[in-house]
Ligand binder design. Structure first.
Ligand SMILES: Cc1cc2nc3c(=O)[nH]c(=O)nc-3n(C[C@H](O)[C@H](O)[C@H](O)COP(=O)(O)OP(=O)(O)OC[C@H]3O[C@@H](n4cnc5c(N)ncnc54)[C@H](O)[C@@H]3O)c2cc1C
Length: 380
């Protein structure tokens, strides 16, 4: 009986489980992650408005794991012995035959004064802290921004920052206190969000102008202070900063012996194999894959890569060629709390469609649909 070890129970980890079983993999699956849960990041944007609680976003996977005959080990990977096919954790070692790394990325916290920012994308705690501070403020300067990984331009998370910012604007208007706040968006890029395409950037900047959100663009941030953002092009006063730094790969990867990209991610090829190894695949935010310069780090891509990795693992076990590859596409529903627009990009098209309130409902409906199976409790 072979044993496949999956590191991580996020989007990529869970999709890998589902695909393995769908492809007829009948051997052992072990998932290692801190808790048997999926954290649904995309709905963090609705936390400041009180529309999502922690319980909504932490999805208990015990039912899903039972149905898919998965052994879940609560723990954290600390290192790998690739030649010996052994994973190290704080509480011991796990032997495996095949490995799928789906442990997500990390935010680079090198900018001096980063502790003054709310890195809302990092999870429940930082988003709740941002929400509480926003609720407590009588008025002031709210500053939103993101930056990238200079060594790997694809490793950035900009979409949610626009969503948090537009959502905050809508929320303050709803609360009748928008005029007491100045909102400013800053970015080292002159045209932020360029990976979504030209039209998308024009529309985003147009939205900011329409909502009276100031911009400070094209200047690299130098440091954050308690009451300001300091960039190469000047200062932006700040009572509350929401900032998402660029991303890098898992902390343990540096000593793993696995090949890494310039930006610190595990290298993956078009088949999601980690090159120069046998029996190791990578999927989702943890990996760096070939593709166009606008390739996104998104849950949607994590799912497509996990499916590819799992299908190739099954092919490998059966002695067949690993011929499955994934398509690269960017799909982003940019929500503003009461409306939204959809950005789509693939190698042929790049479009942005505004659809008002129905797009907001669609994003909520998608959440329900996506999580439905994961939420089913154990039992028949
Ligand atoms: C606010 C926000 C909004 C977003 N909106 C969208 C959206 O609308 N659409 C979209 O497609 N994407 C969106 N994304 C991006 C999306 O959430 C990520 O791309 C996605 O979570 C990546 O999935 P993953 O499985 O690679 O990593 P993750 O979801 O981060 O999962 C990683 C898993 O690995 C575990 N783990 C980490 N380190 C270890 C370790 N050392 N040992 C064991 N386990 C470990 C974690 O606990 C977790 O279970 C959004 C992100 C944020 C933050």
């Amino acid at each position: 009986m072979a044993k496949t070890l999956i590191i991580g129970s996020g989007f990529a980890g869970c999709t890998a489980v589902r695909t393995l079983r769908k492809q007829g993999y009948g051997d052992d699956i072990t998932v290692l992650s801190p808790a048997p849960e999926l954290f649904y990041y995309p709905s963090l944007i609705w936390v400041p408005a009180g529309q999502r609680t922690e319980a909504h976003l932490r999805i208990d996977l015990r039912g899903f794991f039972a149905r898919h005959r998965v052994e879940h080990l609560a723990g954290t990977l600390t290192g790998l012995d690739v030649a010996g096919r052994t994973a190290r954790t704080e509480s011991g070692e796990i032997a495996y035959d095949y490995l799928i790394v789906a442990s997500g990325g990390r935010y680079i916290r090198k900018l001096p004064g980063i502790e003054h920012a709310h890195i809302a994308c990092a999870g429940w705690g930082p988003t709740k802290a941002f929400s509480d501070r926003l609720a407590a403020l009588e008025g002031g300067n709210l500053v939103f921004g993101f930056s990238g990984n200079p060594k790997e331009p694809a490793a950035m998370r900009g979409g949610p920052v626009f969503e948090f910012m537009f959502g905050t604007d809508t929320l303050l208007r709803r609360q009748g206190r928008r005029e007491r706040f100045k909102l400013t968006f800053f970015s080292p890029a002159a045209r932020p969000g360029q990976r979504m395409g030209d039209k998308a950037v024009d529309r985003l900047l147009g939205q900011m102008a329409k909502r009276d959100i100031a911009t400070h663009l094209g200047h690299k941030p130098q440091r954050l202070e308690a009451d300001r953002v300091v960039t190469e092009g000047g200062e932006v006063p700040a009572d509350l900063i929401l900032f998402i730094p660029g991303m890098t790969g898992p902390a343990w990867a540096a000593d793993s012996g696995l090949p890494l990209s310039e930006g610190g991610f595990l290298k993956g090829d078009a088949q999601c194999r980690v090159p120069d190894t046998e029996g190791v695949w990578v999927a989702g935010d943890a990996g760096s894959f070939p593709g166009p310069e606008w390739r996104p780090k998104q849950a949607h891509m994590a799912d497509l890569q996990a499916e590819t990795a799992a299908r190739n693992l099954v092919a490998h076990m059966a002695g067949r060629p690993q011929s499955h590859t994934f398509r690269t596409e960017l799909i982003c529903l940019v929500d503003t709390l009461n409306a939204g627009s959809m950005v789509y990009r693939d190698d042929k098209r790049s479009l942005m469609v505004g659809a008002g309130a129905p797009m907001h409902w669609m994003k909520q409906a998608f959440e329900w649909h996506y999580l439905r199976d994961y939420r089913r409790p154990a039992g028949p």
